[in-house]
Design a protein around this ligand. Structure first.
Ligand code: PGA
Length: 258
């Protein structure tokens, strides 16, 4: 899709909820609405702590309201490398434990983190892209944002036309992951991630952020000129992108606009 020209701080696509519960409600409502109007929707999903409340809201709506995912297809952004799909640290297990074990969605995919040759990884990345295309392309891509400004595991330096590939994690990203791995030495140094180009092909993007720890990178993402140094700045140029924040994550962005 061609980028939309934007003023320096365009907040027309930003919505701020009072708190994390409100934020997750907003995002879950949008996903539920899409699934109801397009039962065979293709969702791009994210891991990390940010979307957890969205997934529990969707599980609740499936259980209590019968929200039907039987014809939905889901593609996750990324997976650590090397990483066994059976490991509790894998994003495959994360998605099973937080969403797919509790809803009726048979078609969900996470990039493969198993150790293998560079050419096999390359081939699998091409197949991941082809599988997304065969499914009709992603209708809605859900994104968090890392403190480096990464989306998926597209760290600073990622090109706007990058596709699914093996990437190297930034040190800040590894430090942020260290507690859940029991120390930084256990955090993988690489990952397989959809590219910025893959993400930008989605028909709609919902980026969400929560907490004061994200306020600075949220402001940078939504005010700096697009740059490889802050991959999220490319996402802001998507013609149908929506930034959803809670008040703490929005604080510096709103200050910048005042
Ligand atoms: P978080 O990670 O949701 O755990 O803060 C976000 C990201 O790295 O994209």
């Amino acid at each position: 899709m061609s980028p939309t020209p934007m003023t320096r701080t365009d907040l027309s696509n930003v919505q701020v909820a009072k708190d994390y519960t409100g934020l997750c409600g907003l995002v879950a409502d949008r996903i539920a609405n899409l699934v109801q109007t397009k039962p065979n929707a293709v969702l791009g999903l994210a891991t990390g702590s940010t979307p957890l409340g969205v997934y529990s809201a969707l599980v609740r709506r499936h259980r209590e309201e019968g929200l039907d995912f039987s014809r939905v297809t889901c593609f996750n952004l990324d997976e650590y490398y090397p990483m066994s799909p059976k490991s509790l640290h894998s994003y495959r297990q994360f998605m099973a434990m937080n969403l797919f074990d509790y809803i009726n969605c048979p078609n969900w995919f996470v990039p493969d983190g198993l150790r293998r040759s560079a050419s096999e990884i390359e081939q699998d990345c091409l197949e991941y892209e082809a599988r997304i295309a065969d499914a009709g392309g992603i209708d809605l891509q859900l994104l968090g944002i890392g403190r480096t400004g990464h989306v998926g595991f597209n760290e600073p330096g990622s090109a706007p036309d990058s596709r699914t590939r093996l990437v190297t994690l930034a040190e800040v990203t590894r430090q942020d992951a260290a507690p859940s791995f029991g120390g930084i030495d256990n955090v993988p140094r690489q990952a397989v991630s959809m590219g910025i180009g893959t993400i930008m092909d989605a028909r709609e993007i919902v980026m969400m952020a929560t907490g004061a720890g994200k306020a600075a990178i949220v402001r940078a993402a939504w005010t700096e000129d697009p740059t490889d140094h802050i991959p999220a700045t490319w996402v802001r140029r998507h013609p149908n992108v929506h930034l959803r924040l809670d008040e703490s994550a929005a604080s510096l962005l709103l200050e910048a606009d005042a």
